[in-house]
Write a protein that binds this ligand. Structure first.
Ligand code: CP
Ligand code: NVA
Length: 329
């Protein structure tokens, strides 16, 4: 398998075999890291990390993974670069592409990361856009594989706003890998029809199924993986909170949901999560709307079934695999 020189913008661009290869490489790099075996085969290279939205996991994963591989990193935060304000994406891509061997981009529309990729001349990696979060998918798939020993035939249910980066990306990943994907949400939060149709095509090849349902009991029955995400994503206006809380509260992941899924079920969340009031926004919204938790109860979040911290650690190992594979040794 040779992915050298490839961009990593959405899993739509990758075959099931390529995704499986990246997961295999992730597991290998994780095992080596645990054993203290260094893999610094990219010594002397440098990567640029552009963040137009904030981050904890993605930024740290790219930095630690790059350093482990022997590379240098330059972090451009939402305020300290000229991108989009004083300099076009095309010019930025040409400049950074001449200095760095790879570029990570986190920000707004998918078209921005695509434009960056078009002009950079070096691999560009999507660290989250409004539409997709592909590096997160590798971490989630690795976690599922670690727990269940397989992906094919696993039933994964996404509860919440299924039209945004996480919902879209789960549907694509499941469709590619032969899994049973369920979006469990009010109909207006179902993924875009065109994307559903595209994923149905992947599903025909892989044996996956795609279900969109408003019914929590039916949707989550016998699920292996229950996942959710924040109800309001980065970059969305504060005004949407009230409607989201109203619409999505019935889709909160709580004890009854996990029980309906069964003892084997695990809980995943890309994080950060509003499972208590120990965050600025959580506290503010909690007080405004009389809530103590949002998309997941604190009880489920802290339960044995919750694998969210294993999932978070896997961000680093999988991002390392993406850089190693696309930059080559
Ligand atoms: N899951 C995730 O992307 O986390 P960060 O926003 O902290 O990078
Ligand atoms: N949907 C969330 C994911 C955060 C990792 C957001 O875009 O803010």
């Amino acid at each position: 398998m040779n992915l050298k020189g490839r961009h990593f913008l959405t899993l739509k661009d990758f075959t099931p075999e390529e995704i499986a290869y990246l997961l295999e490489l992730s597991a290998e790099l994780k095992a080596k890291k645990k054993q203290g075996i260094p893999v610094d085969t990219l010594r002397g290279k440098n990567v640029a990390l552009i963040f137009e939205k904030t981050s904890t996991r993605t930024r740290c994963s790219f930095e630690v993974a790059a350093h482990d591989l022997g590379m240098g990193t330059t972090y451009l935060d939402p305020k300290s670069s000229q991108i989009g304000k004083k300099e076009s994406i095309e010019d930025t891509a040409r400049v950074l592409g001449s200095m760095f061997e790879g570029i990570e981009y986190r920000g707004f529309g998918q078209e921005i990361v695509e434009e960056l990729a078009k002009y950079a001349g070096v691999p560009v990696w999507n660290g989250l856009t409004n539409e997709y979060h592909p590096t997160q998918m590798l971490a989630d798939m690795l976690t599922i594989q670690e727990v269940f020993g397989k992906l094919k035939g696993i039933k994964l249910v996404y509860m919440g706003d299924a039209r945004y980066n996480m919902g879209n990306s789960y549907m694509i990943a499941c469709a590619k890998m032969g899994m049973d994907f369920v979006a469990c949400a009010p109909a207006k939060y179902f993924p875009d029809q065109e994307l559903v149709a595209q994923c149905m095509e992947y599903a025909k090849e892989s044996g996956a199924t795609i279900t969109l349902t408003e019914n929590v009991e039916e949707g989550t029955k016998d699920a292996d993986v229950i996942c959710t995400d924040v109800w309001v994503s980065m970059g969305e206006p504060d005004e949407v909170w009230e409607e989201r809380i109203h619409d999505l509260t019935p889709y909160r992941v709580k004890k009854e949901v996990m029980k309906n899924a069964g003892e084997q079920a695990i809980f995943l969340h890309c994080l950060p999560s509003f499972h208590d009031l120990n965050t600025g926004i959580g506290k503010e919204m909690g007080e405004r709307f009389g809530l103590t938790e949002m998309e997941v109860t604190d009880e489920v979040f802290r339960s044995e079934q919750s694998k969210v911290f294993q999932e978070a650690e896997n961000r680093m190992h999988t991002i390392k695999a993406v850089m190693a594979a696309t930059l080559g040794a």
